[in-house]
Design a protein. Structure first.
Length: 178
């Protein structure tokens, strides 16, 4: 005779499931509040928890500024940038965005985002692309090692800066032309 036993969850597993459900409901409620704020501010709303964001775009705005002004740059195509803000009424943030616009000659499209979306973006700053790792190595080198590094990788670091300034369409055209 075969005995079938039901797999019962212990109380710890049930507690973890409840915590996950509550967190999901909180996040959903926070996104709804951000959507209402966007509507009241007559701005578009975007959920960056589901919208794909490249680390290169995120890093176009320093992390310190992102945290200070509770905002993020989440998409950049040439001089067109999309910025998400938690509080569109914050005057310091508005002044900083205006400064970014003037300093970089950007055309800025403003969106309202939730704080949980912003926290997700902040976690992306920890990702270190290859060229940024090279920059860190350059800072820590001295003397002969620094000269060798500059000789071997200096062109790559210059290329990185140049690529950030050139519109994507121009880069693609150059690649296609050979």
């Amino acid at each position: 005779m075969v005995k079938v036993s039901k797999n019962k969850k212990n109380s710890q597993d049930q507690g973890e499931d409840s915590d996950k459900l509550l967190q999901h409901l909180r996040d959903e409620s926070e996104e709804q509040q951000a959507a209402y704020l966007a509507e009241a501010s007559e701005l578009p709303y975007i959920d960056l928890n589901i919208f794909p964001v490249s680390i290169e775009d995120v890093r176009a705005l320093p992390e310190d500024d992102s945290r200070k002004y509770q905002m993020t740059l989440f998409q950049r195509v040439g001089k067109e940038v999309r910025i998400g803000v938690v509080d569109p009424e914050n005057q310091e943030t508005a002044s900083f965005i205006e400064k970014l616009k003037e300093d970089n000659n950007w055309s800025i499209h403003l969106y309202v985002i939730s704080f949980s979306s912003l926290k997700k973006i902040w976690s992306r700053y920890a990702e270190a692309p290859f060229l940024e790792s090279l920059e860190r190595m350059q800072i820590s080198l001295t003397g002969e090692d620094l000269e060798k590094f500059e000789k071997d990788f200096g062109g790559l670091l210059g290329l990185k800066k140049r690529i950030r300034e050139i519109p994507t369409t121009q880069i693609v055209s150059t690649i296609m032309a050979g």
